[in-house]
Design a binder for this molecule. Structure first.
Ligand SMILES: N[C@@H]1[C@@H](O)[C@H](O)[C@@H](COP(=O)(O)O)O[C@@H]1O
Length: 262
């Protein structure tokens, strides 16, 4: 794992955006795995700014989102399709027909999950998968105890996750406790993984993911088994890590080496 520790949310977002911009410069039709939640919002704002400045185009890109609530149609204000449209797709030159979010309103959700797996395979797999991390270490909606080899499927959300996401729903509004999510096995097939985490609320999950054992009780810990996983953290999210000085030393050496190779 590459651990990048930065001072501010803006720097985390800028670092993440640069990874997408570099990839799209090399591979304009890259398949991008996208995430939702509050953490990626600043990254999407940064990508929009770079698009407006002419630094990046999404014209030929394809996207696959990690997850969607089961029971919400794409035009529901709390659906992840609506989130992605308003936070990113409405503001860049992507072909909307090339953006895929699991279909939370599918008649047959199980068949829709299988079709999602097929669509990712037909696209040639995901080049860069963006992740956030839940306070309990979940990625996508793969909650603790999820199989580390799981595929896209319907998952029951833990009460903690429902509570953490309650902030997006009105008090009397239906809040799903089921979701369709890319599985951990699906996520791990992405050629590159970029996990962003900010705020002290993620410190415990980050510590478990980075310095704990690979274990289903912390789904994000599986990233220790990925050949190209990068975690970009602010200092609050990194505060539980034991070896911060070492991660910062490695990153400085990384940047020095890259500087020599360019
Ligand atoms: N399904 C999403 C995850 O993909 C996201 O990583 C997590 C953390 O979100 P936030 O960034 O708001 O803390 O929330 C939800 O559970």
């Amino acid at each position: 794992m590459q651990i990048v520790i930065l001072d501010t949310l803006e720097q985390v977002a800028e670092y993440g955006a640069a990874r997408f911009i570099d990839l799209l410069a090399k591979k304009p039709d890259a398949a991008l795995g996208l995430a939702t939640g509050s953490t990626p919002i600043q990254l999407y704002k940064t990508l929009i700014r770079h698009f407006e400045q002419g630094d990046v185009s999404f014209r030929d890109a394809r996207t696959f989102n990690l997850d969607e609530y089961l029971g919400l149609s794409g035009d529901h204000p709390q659906s992840y399709r609506h989130f992605m449209n308003t936070q990113l797709f409405d503001h860049i030159d992507i072909d909307r027909s090339q953006t895929r979010v699991p279909d939370g309103a599918a008649e047959d959700p199980l068949a829709a999950c299988d079709a999602y797996e097929d669509a990712i395979r037909e696209a040639g797999g995901i080049d860069l998968q963006l992740l956030g991390i839940g306070r309990n270490g979940h990625i996508g909606f793969n909650e603790p105890s999820s199989s580390l080899a799981s595929r896209t499927r319907v998952k029951t959300l833990t009460p903690d996750t429902v509570k953490a996401n309650q902030r997006f729903f009105k008090p009397d509004e239906f809040q799903p406790n089921l979701a369709m999510t890319m599985g951990i096995g699906t996520i791990m097939e992405a050629r590159q993984i970029l996990l962003l985490a900010t705020g002290e609320g993620k410190a415990e999950a980050v510590r478990e993911a980075v310095e704990g054992p690979v274990a289903a009780r912390c789904p994000a810990s599986i990233l220790q088994m990925h050949p190209r996983a990068t975690l970009v953290l602010d200092r609050e999210a990194a505060q539980g890590l034991r070896d911060v000085a070492f991660y910062e030393y490695i990153e400085r050496e990384n940047q020095r080496l890259l500087g020599r190779l360019k």
